[in-house]
Design a protein. Sequence first.
Lengths: 388, 135
Amino acid sequence: MREVAVIGVGMTKFGKFMGTSLKDLGRMACLAALKDANISPKEVQVGYCGNAVSGVMTGQTMVLGQLIMRDLGIVGIPITNIENACSSGSSAFREGWIAVASGLYDVALVVGVEKLYASDTGKTVQALAGASDVEVEGGLGLIMPGVWAMRANKHMEKYGTTIDQLAKVSVKNHKNGCLNPNSQYQKECTLEEVHKARMICDPLTVLHCSPIGDGAAAAVLCSKERAARYTSKPILIAASVLTTGTYDILRDITSNELERRAAKEAYELAGIGPGDISLAEVHDCFTIAEFLRCESLGLCPEGEYGQWIDRGWTEIGGRLPVNPSGGLLAKGHPVGATGVAQVAEVVWHLRGEAGKRQVQNAKVGLTHCSGGAIMGDTAACTVQILKK
Amino acid sequence: MEGIPFKEGLFSWPLAPGEQAFLLGNRCRSCEKIYFPRAAICPECLREDTLEDIKLGPRGKLYTYTVVRVPSPGFKIPYAFGYIDLPEGIRVCSQISALEPEKLKLGMDMELTIGPVREEGGKSIIGYLFRPVKG
């Protein structure tokens, strides 16, 4: 395997874009990434498109990647569409890495795209319910906020985690979102507002939950040797890992075994430890999720994220900034786009181009994206480590 | 009880008056692993002739739970939902039938019951639920 660099990234703002199609969103993100890489679409040799639910939401059940890239003149090359629940975009990114690392291709274009807003919200609920086994769990009444609410209650029982500590994740990420022009929400919230918001699944109010959204993100990957042709600031992919759950039915749900395993493999591949990470973009689909991710990824000891939050250690300027983009909670979560947008965020920080939310002296960044719920476990998990 | 079972082969149905309800799983005679819902083949042994049907429950302990307050098509809100650990070494997710969900406590004893879990096309969909053991 050879070294691979990210030479360009781009994304649309995340939000509600009823009049903008999936193709439009995807094309805008791809164009931004290609311009950022200073590369012609004609030089792209392989393409991957991550998307989760366009089939249900828009009827576009197939060939989305080909449609998006055709509009940019990217034709006559291998293009593959990837679905892996919330890890769809990050799984597409990993395929791009494999394609270039293997030596088969020199330049890959990866796009993640999603539209979740619809005139009928029942459609969105139905589409996202497909992230579990629809024959069993979904039909009995299990929904994703419920899964995470149950994890929150168990984490509170086991570690004494408080509702204030959980709510502080939302306060932090909404504050960060105000510094990110691409963020769906650009409004701060107070602890009291989080507590008093509409209850979704006890103890999680709506401000503990990431919103639905539309958006796209893209990245151009290139072999390290060739990267210098296009950029003076290549960002290297030090590790890219994908794994699935083991569905151990009696496991402790306050920790995610597959995330521990994926992170261990990623740190080994990158030749670093969690202490070397300058910033992390983790999958905070719910406030409690940021707890479990940071603990399972080894970024903080198990059960101690509440203390980290109390001390402000994961704020921008803290010991390990987590979700400086605003995370899923504020930046938004157009499912298929999320994993690629996380990569874009880390690339901007490592290049020193993250504007008001810039993490100082950022050298190594981690992105984490998990998706799907099967038998109380997680279906897919990706971890990428990027470095200057 | 009128209604359509949520899924065939998941729980005892229909029940005769006074008959005890169970969840329906299976067990591999070769490696002794237990599956719920029933496995079509034991993924540990990959032999089709090692599985035998077994009954699971009716008692268990509440591992964790929540109260769902957002609507999904067919479900009457609010409803409690949780994971129940069965003594056979299986954890199942289930709606919880509780008149006072605020009195639910992690670790409490639960028992299986059969009843409506949602509606579809004007008809009750029958599934399994757990409720706190009385007394």
